[in-house]
Design a protein. Structure first.
Lengths: 269, 347
């Protein structure tokens, strides 16, 4: 619909008096913009879902018979969801904003600098949660059931989304440090060692030697175990606590890097 | 207290919209802005003229709080850019050299978002967007994605985004670079209207001499990070001389310099490639003797023109170089002036 200003009294200086909007409104404004962009950038959303579902189905077909007694779709769902949501971030769009000068436009408004990042991250959290749903849906079709019930599904999605956010901090740090889209895309590749040096494909007891040691120190191991506990055992607070702690540790590191990169970019203009 | 501190303290208490004292910005070894002093009064249109790489955009980025000064002080609308950048941002609107837009949003979405960030009430947003759309003549395109806009439309939308919150001071960094002549005139009209109707102070950087001449109340000419001249366009041009005779020759113009300098009525002669720029108080009386003097030389004269001085002549007179406006698309640090010995150097 085309809008016109006909038949309206002109706005006065009082109507247009600028003022800081406040942190919450700043975050909501930035997040709203990011979420509006999602349907216009489906090319960024479809591949992660496709890859996650592809590996989910192939892994079930490959390992289901080899892991007798273990319902492999249930075991593999956490891996599939993490694969789908890790790297889902607006950091790439952030680089485009820097290159297009839109980042400068934001910096020249009274917006709180923190809100520029937090708004994008709120959008990331929402998108990650939404992306987990179709993968879990396919899991249900494959026979996955949650011992923790419907609330367990919500907790499962929350774990995945929080991990996505924690990992996204690295992508934002790279975006702000380099302003280079290719470098941001490579941040997802950094996830591969985390994904493979863990219990993605077999339980921890089946791992041996150096891989078992590596998995012990890999935070992804505890996030996977936390998610699986909701499926296999119900509410296991110890496993969930470890998953949360691993996410917090990774998030603390990535966010420190991210906000340091933000400060550096703002300082250097 | 040092003299600089005293100067700052007294100077910064003025009512100027834009006031800087000894403003400096360094990038490693490069001193991009080298001690700039500005005093721009409310309601003034100030043209900041210089070639690419002179330091115009760096100055604007400092004044707009995007870049911290290395030293010196800048006060915008009564607030220091270094110590109170938030207050500065509420008072300024900025359209940078490249339109700073998000191509995936529609024009209306971009303006609405801009308004929200300035804390404007949601109740006025729809009307404000409509007002601005009419102002920049984009009403029919406001619901289209910005990626579908032409260059001129993007520039106009960028200007509208700078105006959403009705700022007291507007910074326009090369607002017409890359625009077609029709769009350029439209932007000029808009700048005049904003200044006249709303009393907005406008700081305009440009490398187009005509733009500075037509729009600015005062012009500051910047070269290599320093302001080399400042005044009204008329005063600056008057300082060069009443008239300019331009002689283009085949070959090296410096061969006939002494011949032309010897002609009665010639104030000064500048050489620019195969061109002699002759400053004189009475062009109509001097042009014939210049032609006669050149006829006696071995260098062939291709054309001889009499005109009034331009700001380019002022720049040439001061720096020995011309402003190369035809390299408009280059970035701030990429283009050089055509260097020749300046009047100062020759002396």
């Amino acid at each position: 619909m085309t809008i016109t200003a006909d038949n309206l009294a002109p706005l006065t200086r009082t109507d247009l008096r600028p003022r800081p909007a406040g942190l919450r409104r700043d975050i909501a404004t930035v997040a709203g913009r990011a979420l509006r962009a999602i349907p216009r950038e489906m090319e960024a959303i479809i591949p992660p879902i496709f890859i996650a579902l592809f590996f989910f189905l192939v892994n079930i077909a490959t390992f289901d018979r080899l892991t007798g007694g273990l319902h492999y779709p249930s075991f593999s769902l956490a891996t599939a969801v993490l694969l789908g949501v890790t790297g889902v971030t607006r950091a790439y769009a952030f680089v485009v904003d820097i290159q297009d000068g839109y980042f400068d436009r934001l910096l020249m408004t009274p917006i709180r600098r923190l809100a520029i990042l937090l708004g994008q991250m709120c959008a990331d959290l929402t998108v990650a949660g939404a992306l987990a749903i179709p993968i879990i849906g396919v899991g249900f079709i494959a026979g996955v059931r949650f011992e923790a019930g419907p609330l367990g599904v919500v907790a499962f999605i929350a774990i995945a989304a929080l991990w996505c956010l924690a990992y996204a901090g690295f992508a934002y740090a790279i975006a702000l440090k380099t302003g280079n889209p290719a470098a941001v895309q490579s941040s997802f590749l950094m996830f591969f060692p985390f994904l493979f040096l863990t219990t993605s494909y077999v339980p921890q007891d089946e791992l041996s030697g150096w891989l078992k040691t590596a998995a012990k120190f890999n935070p992804v191991t505890y996030i996977l175990e936390g998610g699986r506990s909701l499926i296999f055992e119900g509410w296991q607070w110890g496993d969930l606590g470890k998953a949360l702690l691993a996410t917090v540790i990774v998030g603390a590191i990535s966010m420190t890097m991210c906000f340091a990169a933000m400060n550096s970019r703002i300082k250097n203009g | 207290m040092s003299s600089l501190d005293q100067q700052r303290q007294s100077g910064m208490q003025s009512d100027a919209s834009i006031k800087t004292v000894a403003l400096v910005r360094e990038f490693g070894e490069l001193r991009a802005v080298d001690g700039i002093d500005l005093d721009i009064q409310p309601g003034e249109i100030y043209g900041f003229l210089g070639p690419n790489g002179a330091g115009k955009s760096t100055t604007v980025r400092m004044l707009c709080t995007l870049l911290a000064p290395t030293s010196g002080q800048a006060v915008i609308g009564g607030y220091d850019v270094a110590t109170d950048p938030g207050a500065v941002r509420l008072r300024i609107g900025v359209a940078l050299q490249e339109a700073s837009l998000d191509p995936k949003q529609t024009g209306a979405e971009l303006l609405r978002l801009q308004g929200l960030l300035y804390g404007l009430p949601k109740s006025v947003m729809k009307q404000r967007v409509a007002e601005l759309a009419e102002l920049i003549d984009l009403t029919d395109a406001m619901d289209r994605r910005i990626s579908t806009y032409s260059g001129g439309m993007k520039r106009r939308l960028d200007l509208a985004a700078a105006l959403v919150h009705n700022p007291d001071i507007l910074f326009l960094d090369e607002p017409t670079t890359g625009l077609d002549p029709v769009s350029r005139v439209r932007v000029w009209d808009e700048v005049r209207r904003l200044n006249k109707d709303l009393g907005m102070t406008i700081f305009l950087t440009t490398q187009y001499l005509e733009e500075a001449d037509l729009l600015a109340d005062r012009v500051g000419i910047i070269n290599h990070g320093k302001i080399v001249a400042e005044g009204t366009p008329t005063d600056l041009k008057r300082a060069v001389g009443a008239d300019v005779i331009v002689v283009r020759v085949d070959g090296d113009a410096s061969q006939v310099r002494s011949v032309v300098e010897a002609v009665d009525g010639v104030q000064s002669v500048e050489i620019h490639g195969n061109e002699l720029v002759v400053n004189t108080d009475n062009g109509s009386a001097t042009i014939s003797p210049v032609a006669v003097a050149l006829a006696g030389c071995e260098v062939a004269v291709r054309d001889l023109t009499l005109r009034t001085p331009t700001l380019d002549d002022v720049f040439l007179d001061l720096t020995g170089a011309r402003i190369e406006a035809d390299s408009a698309d280059d970035d701030d640090d990429s283009t050089e002036t055509s260097e020749k010995p300046s009047k100062k150097d020759k002396k």
